[in-house]
Write a protein that binds this ligand. Structure first.
Ligand SMILES: Cc1cc2nc3c(=O)[nH]c(=O)nc-3n(C[C@H](O)[C@H](O)[C@H](O)COP(=O)(O)O)c2cc1C
Length: 416
């Protein structure tokens, strides 16, 4: 019987343990978590979601405070078009985040950054260009283009000196999305180095509609693999979403996947950025406690715990401090939902907005408990303490469990 360790991910001359820890914004896949993956010979992701905010928390910068000070006069204004990101500061924050992480890298693995196109930041093209280029400048090993079709993203960096040496990949959930991307980026004469195929059981935003349950990851991977073979394109495929055991991973590797991308199992690692009390909520969850809803202002469905404080919260939009989801005209679906509710209940002290959520603020505060479908199985991966709480795991333990386990078994951690 095979285990994941019988396989290797090959990138050029490099060989890696074929386990990729997926990006989890905002600072859920921390630098510490990604560094563990790299130390153990695999691939870890940091995320560039809300990087100035993350930099403030980790590196004692004051980007959020200063931006809020600059735009304080606009807080009560429903028009947010004036609230702009300073591109030089955005570059500085991204470089700090990436450089500080890369300086600490040990071992033979790689560190990638997850970059979401849907973070339009009131200037989609300019802010994305800065984020991508600054990550390359600061020495990131690779960039995974996520949450969006990224039809123009390669063009934003094609004149960067590292465009052909850094690993560049894209996340898609359908063959059609991949075909669109390849057609649009053909002009740059550079194929992606890998394609993450994310199925409907993943955490975070989904590349499916609310009919997600009708799709199957194995089927999507098989369709994309057959098309690539017919086109004689050799691009490593990395399935993601619901791969919960080493044996699940082997089922994909055996069929030609280059690696697997996993995340949910690592949400209960010490190195994960979620606060310990939130990690206990993940452990406690049963299948009925998890839903896919439409409250993300991005327009993508998102999976989360039904008990997330973000659901129904009616806080005032916080775009002067954050504003990561403002479109090119300064709009966000939450602002509209909030204003409608405010007009209906002008005297209400605590508004409830059910339609959308202020995702920036709630992700920043770890109040939007996004999670993968199999979160309800996390309790089976650890020991329960006498007080009813669950033992957290080390990232190394989880990584090695994926790497070496057989027969769908999950190794429990040593008792505390
Ligand atoms: C808490 C959480 C946050 C996530 N955030 C992001 C994100 O910011 N960007 C992204 O591309 N994918 C995100 N994902 C998806 C993962 O990177 C990964 O592809 C997927 O969850 C793998 O499936 P699994 O969680 O069932 O192992 C997130 C997943 C989780 C569980």
């Amino acid at each position: 019987m095979k285990c994941v360790d019988d396989f290797r991910l090959k990138f050029g001359k490099g060989e890696y343990v074929p386990i990729v820890i997926g990006g989890m914004g905002v600072d859920i896949s921390t630098a510490d978590l990604s560094l563990e993956a790299a130390r153990l010979g695999g691939i870890g992701h940091i995320s560039d979601a809300m990087v100035p905010t993350v930099s403030d928390r980790r590196y004692d910068t004051k980007y959020v405070r200063d931006k809020l000070k600059q735009y304080k006069y606009n807080v009560a204004n429903t028009d947010k078009s004036e609230v702009q990101f300073d591109l030089a500061l955005l570059a500085e924050a991204t470089e700090t985040h990436v450089r500080r992480t890369m300086e600490r890298k040990r071992g033979d693995g790689l560190i990638f950054i997850n970059c979401m196109e849907k973070l339009t930041m009131n200037g989609p093209k300019d802010t994305l260009r800065v984020r991508l280029r600054s990550a390359l400048d600061a020495g990131i090993d690779g960039i995974t283009l996520a949450a969006g079709l990224h039809l123009g993203s390669f063009a934003l960096i094609e004149d960067h000196p590292r465009f052909r040496d850094a690993k560049l990949g894209i996340i898609v959930s359908s063959l059609r999305a991949l075909q669109l991307f390849l057609r649009k980026s053909a002009r740059t004469e550079r194929l992606p180095d890998y394609v993450v195929v994310e199925g409907p059981l993943a955490g975070g935003h989904l590349g499916f509609g609310l009919d997600w349950a009708q799709y199957d990851l194995h089927a999507i991977v098989a369709e994309i693999r057959a098309w690539l073979a017919a086109e004689q394109l050799d691009i490593p495929l990395i399935p993601a979403g619901g791969i919960f055991t080493g044996s699940d991973a082997v089922s994909f590797l055996d069929q030609g996947a280059a690696a697997v991308q996993v995340a949910t199992r690592f949400t209960v690692a010490h190195e994960c950025g979620l606060p310990p009390e939130v990690q206990q909520e993940y452990f406690k969850a049963s299948e009925e406690d998890i839903e896919v809803n439409s409250i993300s202002p991005t327009g993508y469905p998102m999976r989360m715990l039904k008990s997330s404080p973000a659901i129904g919260s009616g806080i005032r939009p916080n775009c002067e401090a954050y504003g990561y989801l403002l479109d090119a005209n300064g709009n966000c679906a939450y602002i509209n939902a909030y204003n409608r509710e405010l007009a209906l209940h002008p005297d209400e002290k605590r508004l409830r907005v059910m339609e959308k959520t202020c995702l920036c603020t709630h992700m920043r505060n770890f109040d939007c408990w996004t999670c993968g479908h199999y979160t309800y199985r996390l309790k089976d991966t650890t020991r329960r303490r006498e007080d009813g709480s669950y033992q957290l795991l080390s990232a190394e333990h989880i990584f090695h469990d994926y790497q070496f386990s057989k027969d769908n078994k999950i190794a429990l951690p040593a008792a505390e």
